[in-house]
Design a protein. Sequence first.
Lengths: 221, 427, 152
Amino acid sequence: MSGGETELLQWARGPGFVLAIAVFVFGVVLRLFEILGLGRQADLSEAREKKRGSGWQTILSRSFNFSVFNPHTALNYIVGYVFHLGLFACILLLIPHIELIRGVLGFGWPGLPTPLVDAIAVVTLLAMLVKLVDRVTSPVKRLLSTWGDYLAWLLTFLPLLSGYLAYHHLLWPYPTMLALHILSAELLLALLPFTRLMHAFTLFFARWYNGEIFSRKGVAS
Amino acid sequence: MSRAQIEKAHQAFREVMDAPTASFFSSCVHCGLCAEACLFYTETGDPRYTPIHKLKPLRRFWEQEFTLLGRLKKRLGLSRPVTDDELVEWRELVYNACSLCGRCSMVCPVGNDITGMIRKMREGMVASGNAPEGLIGATTRAVTIGSPMGVKLPALQAQARHVEKSTGLSVPFDREGAEYMMLMSSMEIINYPEYLEAVARIFEQAGKSWTISSEAFEATNSGIQIGSSDIARELVSRVVGAAEKLKVKTVISPECGHAYTAIRWEGPNLIGRAYPFKVKHILEVLDEFRASGLLQTEGMEKARMTFHDPCQLVRRGGVIEQPRKLLGMVAENFVEMEDHGTMNWCCGAGGGVSANEEAEALRLKAFQRKKSQLDALQVDTLVTACANCRIQLEEGLEKNHMAIPVVGLTEMLAEHLVEQGEEGSGE
Amino acid sequence: MGTISSDGEFKQAVGQLSPERQRAVGALFVEHVLALSGDARIEYVIQTAAKPDAGKDELARALKEAKGATMDSYTHCGEQCNWAEQGGYFVARAAEALVTPIEQSKAGGPAWQTAMYCRMARNCEAIEQGMPEGNKEESEQYRMLNEFLGSD
């Protein structure tokens, strides 16, 4: 193991980690402040007696809303689920990650066998590739997409790919691959609040507002 | 367009910005699912009609004005401000290709109320002079004459007199202390006067007092459709003023979609206070009559029929079961469309689309969605509860050579009222 | 049959007529307001309706023409209403009611519905001309019905 590789890894695990977390926390707080700080006018119309649904309900139910599930959208839905569930599994159910979190937060949880997470990672990577092709070929997505979408994709893809490569000792020596993996994850963390990936936090508010707007009118959205 | 005008758009955008809107824009991941819920997209395949795409200028404005990163980018010349040309280009998307139906808001995976945001975007469009000609004309007439279609009191009184003659009942104007104040949309006064006849007969049977205000009878709120809160406020204030003057308990919004949204949901927020009276859609009132046993009907419609859910009434208004319960009184062969209730498809003409001549071809194309729903169902009659939907449905059916009569629900109920002293209904 | 002088009597009398006779008297009503419409299709509908032996297909074709006339004459949402032209819309609706099969007709039957729409058409003329006291179409319809029934 050369000195250079260890230094990179040490930096990634040490100052890099702290820096990434700091920027991440700062970024998330800033963005939430920017958003929620705008406030919302109270609704003076009389809400229905029978309210139906709620903001909290929509937070959950929107994840299971298949009202436009059809041959055109099936890919969107299925790949969306596979990707998100796979990503969460890779991040939160891999034992080395859980140990990292335990080191920071003081608690952890049981993980899945690493070979299983490895298989999930492959599926997730494939799902991401499918998503990329879809984004580039679907007329609607192509029109909507900006460089921000492709950046978000790359930021998410790199940690997955580098983690996979590191685990399998592929491409470059393990310490380098590991360092790259950690750095790519740190990049993801640091840039998350300033990209579309912020949806991971803001979608809870968006769904809540949606549910509240509709429920007071008697519609469960 | 002058600089001053685009500034007005910016100012309007600034005023409508709030936490929900910022949450929505922050959460959009450009998945495009909203397109699949929008009939303007599904019936044309044009990706520009993707709901969230219709908001692009507003999104850019939000980012540049309300996010640190966006402001930095603007400072560094990495993003252009929203321009006149952009708003001109977006007029078609915001007004021709959106009926404010709300379906996109129901399916967005991250929960965006896209419809609500389009309503907000229209504020900036109006402020900068980018609203369609037809809507501007209608709105001007609404403010200056009292009706977007130029209906003046004598015309309404003439219709009322006709109803009085044919029913033998009175259509009371300006009756102080009446329980209900009836609003009428210009479309009903002009094209569907049988609605007034129907309510006169139903209220007679129910034994409920009602009145029309000669000072504020118009239900249609063109301000809501064009997207001007100032105008919408003025129009709502007239109704509120009249209702307070007549000391009525409930104001009834007629069979018109956006009228209900305007007076029931947006009104108090426009005038800045809650009402001292209730606001109900005519179907809510009729259903209350039904539940209290005040609505006596006889005979059943035998034709196979279905209900078109007016978007502002059902999905955006929450009046979902009432039409079904009322239909249950008079229809023995009622079937639901596959997408029904809060997920029914728009007729294609709401939100000012029908008042916008530029949108005519697109509006009729959008109708194809309703056509597919009807083709799948094979009904003999189509029932609805909005005069604007009704005319769009009739026109769409006629142009597609489909011989399905369209009936208003209130009118249908009135036809089945138990009459005293006369033979039963024409069935 | 006694002279018709009220809507109650009017409605009952036309309601008791056979479908062919309802069409015949309805045609007279529409003819009376024809001048309020500029649409040539209405004339065709009246002629078809007045034929005692008009077949189902013929009537269906006439109904289609009447619907077309209705759709071409209604006041579009948000447009300035021209009451003179709006009269034409109600004439078209009267023509529609005239050739609607009796099973699908609204309450009162085709002749009653036709009469009502004709009155609305005349109402539009009255609004246009600023006549505060309404119109005389109703009494004209009583007269036409009396003549029609008297000529049996």
